[in-house]
Design a protein around this ligand. Structure first.
Ligand code: GLA
Length: 395
């Protein structure tokens, strides 16, 4: 008999909000009170994987789990995190250390370039997001930090400006060749809605998402300081260069249509063909997903999720066996659909099921996983939540 996750268990995570936790960590670490607090959410991407750096659409959702920052102006820069050891006193101009503080250093450098950084600050961070689970803990950190630190400097930046600073921090300072999806949803997320973000045009459109999404963590951790994501991105750039030989005006791979694929197959060398096929089919699927979600057709949406996962497994080769098992099992146990969400090579599966049987489905999938891997996956649910915000400081 599978163990059905209880409502009570689900709600024990994060009783104290990350912003509150950050505030109390600040007080114990720096022996004074913060003057500003902010938070930003993680995200699940419903569909549109690896399309954002190819000019295509993405359909992410801001989730209820967040990263909180508490800060105060100081001489120099000191960072402390509830999930990492010690207080780090850092020189913002020193070389990056290849650790979590790089994200904060990156944000400070980008804020400085806009004259929107305080002269120095003490900063405390707390999160209830799993790290390395493909739920965009890094964008939650950079967007929340951009908000808190710019407020310390007396600036009120727009969500679009915060997203851009966070993107530049990760891309140019930390060196992860990401697209703009994660920072955009962390800044612009809206309660009860997914966001259709057309990355080439830069347009944002909300699509109502009632009900809950389930997250099933594979327990396979990825850390995106380059590696596989950067390799895939290079392959896409190479493929684009080849495609431009017969389509000189092509700005992005996502401008190709399924009708172009036979020509792509004739002209490009493997393994570039399946990479392009993924981007092209995923682009079409994501726009269709936004339409069917808007029409409330969750059955078709679920089918598109599964097709998206197959495309990642076969063509983009970014899934892991643990995720493949969760998706196959989800289909067998009555889910509308499921897929690996985020960059891949580990991380979490997002699952959508009819409300009346979702808890049972998740439990049955968990027990299939346990039979194969000898451990239960961590599972939890979320509703669509809101983006970055200033938090009030507790008394
Ligand atoms: C990571 C990147 C995003 C996006 C996804 C894959 O999360 O940060 O920009 O490319 O991978 O869809």
């Amino acid at each position: 008999m599978p163990h059905i996750p209880s409502q009570e268990k689900r709600s024990t995570v994060g009783r104290l909000s990350p912003a509150r936790l950050a505030t109390s960590l600040f007080t114990t670490s720096f022996a004074t009170r913060p003057t500003v607090a902010a938070s930003a959410p993680g995200r699940v991407n419903l569909l549109g994987e690896h399309t954002d750096y190819n000019g295509g659409p993405v359909l992410p959702v801001a989730i209820e789990r967040r990263t909180g920052i508490a800060a105060r102006v100081a001489n120099g820069w000191s960072f402390v995190s509830a999930t990492e050891d010690g207080v780090h006193q850092l020189d913002i101009d020193a070389p990056m250390r290849r650790t979590w503080t790089d994200y904060l250093v990156g944000v400070v450098r980008e804020l400085r370039a806009l004259r929107a950084a305080p002269p120095g600050a003490e900063v405390a961070v707390a999160t209830n997001l799993p790290i390395g689970a493909g739920l965009s803990s890094s964008a939650a950190l950079t967007v929340a930090a951009a908000k808190a630190l710019s407020l310390l400097a007396g600036k009120r930046l727009s969500p679009a400006a915060l997203a851009e600073i966070a993107f530049r921090a990760e891309y140019h300072q930390v060196g992860v060749r990401c697209g703009r999806m994660d920072q955009t949803i962390a800044a612009h997320g809206q309660r009860g809605s997914a966001l259709l973000f057309e990355t080439a045009a830069g347009t944002l459109q909300t699509v109502p998402l009632p009900g809950r999404l389930w997250i099933l963590e594979t327990g396979v951790s990825h850390r995106l300081t380059g590696g596989a994501l950067n390799d895939r991105r290079r392959e896409c750039e190479e493929a684009l260069a080849f495609c431009r030989e017969w389509r000189p005006g092509l700005a992005y791979l996502s401008q190709l249509t399924p009708d172009d694929l036979p020509e792509v197959e004739r002209r490009l060398a493997p393994p570039l063909v399946p990479r392009v096929r993924h981007v092209v089919t995923e682009t079409a699927r994501t726009r269709r997903a936004a339409e069917v979600l808007a029409a409330g057709d969750l059955v078709t949406l679920g089918r598109l999720l599964v097709q998206g996962h197959e495309s990642l497994r076969v063509d983009y080769q970014s899934t892991v066996p643990e995720a493949d098992l969760l998706v196959t099992s989800a289909r067998e146990h009555g889910a509308y659909g499921a897929r690996l969400t985020g960059a891949g090579w580990g991380g979490a599966v997002v699952l959508l099921a009819p409300p009346e049987r979702e808890a049972r489905t998740v439990a049955e999938v968990g027990s299939d996983f346990q039979k194969q891997y000898g451990r239960m996956p961590v599972t939890w649910s979320t509703r669509a939540s809101r983006g970055v915000r200033r938090e009030t400081l507790a008394d």
